[in-house]
Design a protein around this ligand. Structure first.
Ligand code: HEM
Length: 69
C-alpha cells in the first residue's frame, strides 16, 4: 500500500517513468523540492512518516549526498 502511494497517477504524472528531475526545484537543475518526511504533505513515504518514521533518514540522506558527489 505504501508502495502504491508512490505510484499514484493522481499524484504523479507518468509515475512509472524514471524522471528524477521531477524532484528538483522547477526551472533549476539544483536543489531538491520535495517533502520526504511528510511535514507538509505525503506524496510518497520512502522513510515512513509520523511517529515511526525511520530514525536514520538524515543519515541515509547524507549518504546519498556523498554517493552523488
Ligand atoms: C535508504 C535508506 C533507508 C530507508 C529507505 C529506510 C526506510 C525505513 C522505513 C520505510 C521504515 C519504516 C517506518 C514505519 O514503520 O513507518 C524504517 C524504519 C526504521 N529504520 Fe530505516 N531506512 C533507511 C536506512 C536506515 C538506517 C541506515 C538505519 C540505521 C542505522 C535505519 C534504522 C531504522 C529503524 C531503527 C527503524 C524503526 C523505527 C521504528 O519502528 O520506530 N534505517 N526505515
Amino acid at each position: 500500500m505504501v508502495g502504491e502511494m508512490g505510484l499514484d497517477p493522481n499524484v504523479w504524472e507518468d509515475p512509472m517513468e524514471f524522471r528524477p528531475e521531477r524532484f528538483l526545484v522547477e526551472g533549476s537543475d539544483k536543489g531538491v523540492d520535495f517533502d520526504i518526511i511528510g511535514s507538509k504533505e505525503i506524496k510518497m513515504m520512502s522513510f515512513g512518516a509520523g511517529r515511526r518514521i525511520c530514525p536514520a533518514f538524515a543519515l541515509a540522506y547524507a549518504s546519498f549526498g556523498i554517493l552523488c558527489l
